[in-house]
Each structure stands twice: as structure tokens, then as C-alpha cells.
Design a protein around this ligand. Structure first.
Ligand code: PLP
Length: 416
């Protein structure tokens, strides 16, 4: 097996032409990133910082999250399946592992204000929550189209005291929110810290986010010892930008465990119908949003994507995962929207777990591979819980009942 670097070397994963990552930023952002790099190297590893982070992980996020033996699903799928359930973390997903760490780091750096981008709203929600807890001013940039689509998350971010700034430029979605947040950061970096939401962007963010999300695999090392008879044969996670996957895999990269990452297969193979970066002819190497990786592109522009899950429809992929795919350490597959909904229903009925639509891609992955393999120990990372998805899932699963419910809600509001 090739040597797998646990940290980026010279800011890149891999070597020469095949390297991914780096720091491709305008001159104006260089001082801000230098400061983040210094804090990552000096404050982050200090015992005092790590102790404070551990306290928050245990008593605020509610870690460790459980490793649940999926007994009923295992019987039906003829494999021994375990679910690492990040849905029980505060705010309902793994995103808080990263947000709380970065906000704490910003506070230790003496920053007064946090800014962050968000697409689906989960990272914005986690960041707003962390800021409420750590008493930091918080501003979340969100495309106006995403704001309209994700009203409940906007409502909850504001409840946490964050200001949600509507971005009207470009396609009015995530990539425009990132651009706007970077523009504001370059002007205000003296007092402001930019909390990036996945294991991507310019160095040192891919390393910082990976280290914060690695709490998932660190806990698994302990849980596997007490709950499983030896290491698992297979580990499966979904991939948007890549933070839950790299955090889940990280401590096991040097092992012989087979690792599978599941991308959003959407509704078809044409550009705009899915968000497959590794398994698509339209995805190629590029430099965008401060780093080098693989992006879905059309005419040298970041392409539109589609997924039933708002958290997996990012057109790029974190540089470490792009590297691990390239050297063959992680296998990639995809799950279509329809398979994702089937996985949601199957694990709800058999295991009493309503997983986030993003996580249901990993669950669809375990259902798919179980058609060809048996008696394997498999751990699936269930990166979040699915309460947040009710506005999407109800439309698909019970459209008439949902419409009646919405009508009665509107009637009640009008009657007041
Ligand atoms: C529950 C959940 N899982 C997975 C993801 C995908 O992000 P990442 O690939 O960074 O883990 C998201 C993104 O919002 C999410 O909310």
C-alpha cells in the first residue's frame, strides 16, 4: 500500500502534477490565512486548547456519539452492520464538531466576530450555535435562493442570534456565498475569523477541518474495541465536500479496511443531474475557491449540480479525498435520489433511525453492496439525522397528506 499522508505536505496531498490542495488566494487574503496557519500550528495543538475543546465535545456537543448495532437491518442484508450516529450531536449532524473547534480557535486568537458561508444551512446552523455558546458575534452568508429553500435553518440561525446575510450575486447559491464571505473577510480580517464548513478551501482549512472531524474515527477506535470482534471489513460514508468522510476514515487510513465513499448520483448522468466528482466524465482537475481539486465544470465554469440532499450538491471535493481516490485508497460509488429515499424508509422501519438525506447515501451504499457480499462487518457513518429534511421527504413519501397539512397551517395563520 502506498504511504498515506495524515497531514498535507507542503500544503498538498500527493506529489508533483498529481497533488491536490494548496493555497491559491489573492494577495489581499494572504495575511488572514497566515494568521489561521499560525493558530493551527501553535494554539490548536496546545494542551490548554485541546482540554477546552474536549470539555465542549463532551458536555455541549454530547460526544461520544453512539455506535449502534443495526441488528434488524443486518439480518435482512446478511451483513453485520453498525451505525456511527452523528445525528445525536447537538444541532443534529457532524458539522458542529468542526464549527465549535474553529469558533474556539478564533476566540483564542482574540477575534470578535465569526463569518461563515452556508448552502443547505447545516454548517451555518452549527456555526451560529457554536457562536451562541462561545459568545461571539456571528454573520452567515447565504445565497438568496438557498435562503428561500432552507427557511427553517434560517429561522434557527437567527434564533441563535446570528445575522443571516442574503447574497444576491451570481447563481445566488453556495459558491456565491463563499465568494462574498471571502470578500468581506479580506476587508475585515483584523477582528474577524472565517469558519469554513468542510475539509476543503485553501491550506490550512482541509487539515484543520479534518483534524476536528477526526473525533469520529478516534471514538470509533475505542468503540470498535469494546463492541466489535476485531476491525470492520468495510467503512462507508457519504461525501459532499468531504468532512464527515475524512473524519470517519482518518484514523484507519493505514489499516486494510476497505473504504467506500458515496457521492450524490441525483437523477441521471448528465451534467446538472448529479454531484459526482470522482465518477463523472465532466469532472476534471481545476483550481477554484482557493484550492486545487476535482470540480464539475462546464466551459471552465463551476457547473450546476443536483442532489435530493442539499448538503451533497457541492461541485468540488476536498483535496485529501481527491488524492485518496486517485491512489485507490478510497473507492467511490454513487446513490441515486430514488435509492436514497428507499434507504431512508428501510432504516427508519428496521432500526428506528431517521437519517439525514446526505447520510442516506451511505445507507443506500450499504444496501447496494450487500447484494454482492455477505457476512462482513460494516460500519456506516450516519452523519446526521433527518428531521431537517421533512420539507423534502414528506413531499416524496406522502404528498397528499403533506399538502393537506400545509393548507391547514396556512389557513390557521390567515385566521389569526
Ligand atoms: C448531515 C450531513 N451529512 C453530510 C454533509 C456533507 O458534508 P461533508 O461532505 O463536508 O461531510 C452535510 C452537509 O451539509 C450534512 O448536513
Amino acid at each position: 500500500m502506498q504511504k498515506i499522508f495524515q497531514k498535507s505536505k507542503n500544503r498538498f496531498f500527493g506529489q508533483g502534477e498529481e497533488a491536490y490542495g494548496g493555497q491559491y488566494i489573492p494577495e489581499i487574503l494572504r495575511p488572514a490565512l497566515k494568521e489561521v496557519e499560525k493558530a493551527y500550528k501553535e494554539i490548536f495543538p496546545s494542551q490548554a486548547f485541546q482540554n477546552e475543546l474536549k470539555e465542549l465535545q463532551e458536555h455541549f456537543i454530547s460526544r461520544p456519539t453512539p455506535l449502534i448495532y443495526a441488528k434488524n437491518a443486518s439480518k435482512i442484508l446478511n451483513n453485520e452492520i453498525y451505525l456511527k450516529f452523528e445525528g445525536l450531536a447537538n444541532t443534529g449532524a457532524h458539522k458542529i464538531n468542526n464549527a465549535i473547534g474553529q469558533v474556539l480557535l478564533a476566540k483564542k486568537m482574540g477575534k470578535k466576530k465569526i463569518i461563515a458561508e452556508t448552502g443547505a444551512g447545516q454548517h451555518g446552523l452549527a456555526t451560529a450555535c457554536a457562536c451562541a455558546k462561545l459568545e461571539m458575534e456571528c454573520e452567515i452568508f447565504m445565497g438568496s435562493i438557498d435562503m428561500a429553500r432552507q427557511k427553517p435553518n434560517v429561522f434557527n440561525m437567527e434564533l441563535f442570534g446570528a445575522k443571516v446575510r442574503s447574497v444576491e450575486s451570481g447563481s445566488k447559491t453556495l459558491k456565491d456565498a463563499v465568494n462574498e464571505a471571502l470578500r468581506v473577510w479580506s476587508a475585515e480580517s483584523k477582528d474577524t475569523f472565517y469558519v469554513l464548513g468542510s475539509a476543503l478551501g485553501p491550506y490550512p482549512y482541509p487539515d484543520l477541518v479534518r483534524d476536528l472531524q477526526s473525533i469520529i474515527s478516534k471514538e470509533l477506535q475505542i468503540q470498535i474495541k469494546s463492541q466489535l470482534d476485531g476491525l470492520p471489513d468495510i467503512m462507508i460514508a457519504c461525501v459532499g465536500g468531504g468532512s464527515n468522510a475524512i473524519g470517519f476514515f482518518n484514523e484507519f487510513l493505514q489499516s486494510n479496511i476497505k473504504m467506500i465513499a458515496v457521492e450524490a448520483g441525483g437523477i441521471g448522468d448528465e451534467l446538472g443531474e448529479h454531484a459526482k466528482r470522482i465518477k463523472s466524465k465532466n469532472a476534471t482537475k481545476a483550481i477554484a475557491q482557493g484550492y486545487k481539486s476535482i470540480f464539475l465544470q462546464k466551459n471552465a465554469q463551476i457547473a450546476k449540480t443536483h442532489s435530493i440532499s442539499a448538503g451533497l450538491d457541492y461541485a468540488g471535493i476536498g483535496p485529501q479525498l481527491a488524492h485518496l481516490a486517485q491512489i485507490g485508497r478510497i473507492e467511490f460509488m454513487s446513490a441515486r435520489d430514488s435509492e436514497v429515499l428507499e434507504a431512508l424508509k428501510f432504516f427508519a422501519k428496521t432500526e428506528g433511525i431517521i437519517a439525514a438525506l446526505e447520510s442516506c447515501h451511505a445507507l443506500a451504499g450499504v444496501i447496494a453492496i450487500s447484494k454482492n457480499i455477505q457476512n462482513k462487518k460494516i460500519i456506516v457513518n450516519v452523519s446526521g439525522r433527518g428531521d431537517k429534511d421533512i420539507f423534502i421527504t414528506a413531499k416524496h413519501i406522502a404528498p397528499h397528506a403533506w399538502l393537506d397539512f400545509l393548507k391547514s397551517e396556512i389557513a390557521q395563520i390567515k385566521g389569526k
